[in-house]
Design a protein around this ligand. Structure first.
Ligand code: SF4
Length: 348
């Protein structure tokens, strides 16, 4: 018999009591007929899908459908499954405070249960600055007050800044929105402390704030100063490879929280002003294979900003961010390179 990974052993809180309560409320409102519940998970949490579905079925009697398509963020709701459900649970991300999110969607953030105190205490050795800004992903956002207390006990002043309206919590950053790391308040900080895993978020925070960033990973207790040297070398190579491009394809995603058609149109106009040829491609999931048929010299990505960075080198031609495209056209200097962001009002 297959053993499903147990939820209690996971490092994340799936808030099953709240999930059952929400289904109960919908059942009472519907009065008759079976309740249909949809579930969607990012790749890292999909291993828990079957256990969560079977608990829901056992506890509530609801029919459960699981979205199996790739999912990378709250920008990426499975709209076709959502249409078929009375209630839809999206796990692993906070609600994006923007766009047309249907009222039958519930966001279960799957917050980390891992203690952050060792990692934050270790980070103090790398933080001589007096004023420290705190940033993190939604998985650790509920631990920011605890981090603040640790830093304040060491004599620091701590700033946890609000992001723009697309961001659910103070101090939270997304791979496409670092507004909590470059607000006016953050200007006062000597350095930022990023609590979390991975390098993409702290690189975005560093480039947008122009501050030194110390990373503290609660899962491994690793603490280190971020270096963006490798990242900048990679982007410099991509920009260099696109320097002589004449024909560009500009990618627009149809995903609910990523679509930036107006930006794509303005980039097309810029290309044409510089005597280049540009086409706009609409697609849902952006993968290197889908680009093979389009014989462009370079692509410009207006979909999830992480695509151009994370999958760099897997595409048939250089994939630029909008800001890198401006560098290629000579409209922006290399010193002004920042990560692409989808900020409040940036979707259409
Ligand atoms: S656009 Fe990309 S970085 Fe932003 S929420 Fe979606 S998946 Fe995450």
């Amino acid at each position: 018999m297959t053993r499903l990974p147990t939820l209690s052993a996971s490092s994340y809180d799936f808030e099953m009591a709240a999930v059952f309560d929400e289904i109960e409320k919908i059942s009472e409102a519907k009065k008759s007929g079976e309740i249909v519940v949809g579930l969607q998970f990012p790749e890292g949490l999909k291993k828990h899908a079957l256990e969560i579905a079977s608990q829901i079925r056992k506890k509530t009697g609801a029919a459960v459908y699981i979205s199996a398509d790739p999912c990378f963020g709250a920008c990426d709701l499975d709209m076709r499954l959502l249409e078929k459900c009375d209630l839809f649970f999206h796990f692993g991300h906070a609600e994006l405070k923007q766009g047309d999110i249907e009222n039958k969607v519930r966001f279960i953030e799957a917050r980390s249960k891992v203690d952050i105190s060792d990692a934050v205490s270790s980070a103090l050795a790398l933080l001589p600055e007096r004023i420290i800004g705190l940033v993190t992903t939604v998985q650790h956002v509920h631990h920011l007050d605890q981090a603040r207390l640790i830093l304040e006990a060491a004599g620091k002043t701590v700033i946890i800044a609000e992001g723009d309206k697309r961001i659910a919590y103070p101090g939270q950053i997304l791979g496409c929105n670092f507004s909590a790391a470059h607000s006016d308040e953050i200007d006062k900080c000597g350095a930022l402390l990023y609590i979390g895993s991975g390098q993409f978020h702290p690189i975005g925070a560093a480039l947008s704030s122009k501050k030194r960033v110390i990373c503290a990973d609660p899962f491994t207790s690793d603490v280190f100063e971020l270096s963006d040297r490798k990242f900048l070398a990679q982007r410099s190579a991509v920009i260099g490879n696109a320097a002589d491009a004449e024909t560009f394809c500009i990618i627009v995603s149809t995903k609910n929280g990523q679509c930036r058609k107006t930006l794509a149109e303005s980039l097309k106009t810029k290309a044409e002003t510089h005597g280049k040829t540009a086409f706009i491609l609409f697609m849902d999931l952006v993968t290197p294979d889908q680009m093979l048929s389009f014989k462009a010299d370079a692509f410009v990505n207006t979909a999830c900003p992480r695509l151009a960075i994370d999958d760099s080198g897997r595409y048939p031609a250089p994939v630029l961010t909008p800001q890198e495209f401006e560098i290629v056209l000579g409209e922006r200097s290399w010193e002004d390179l920042v990560l692409d962001e989808i900020l409040e009002g940036g979707q259409d």
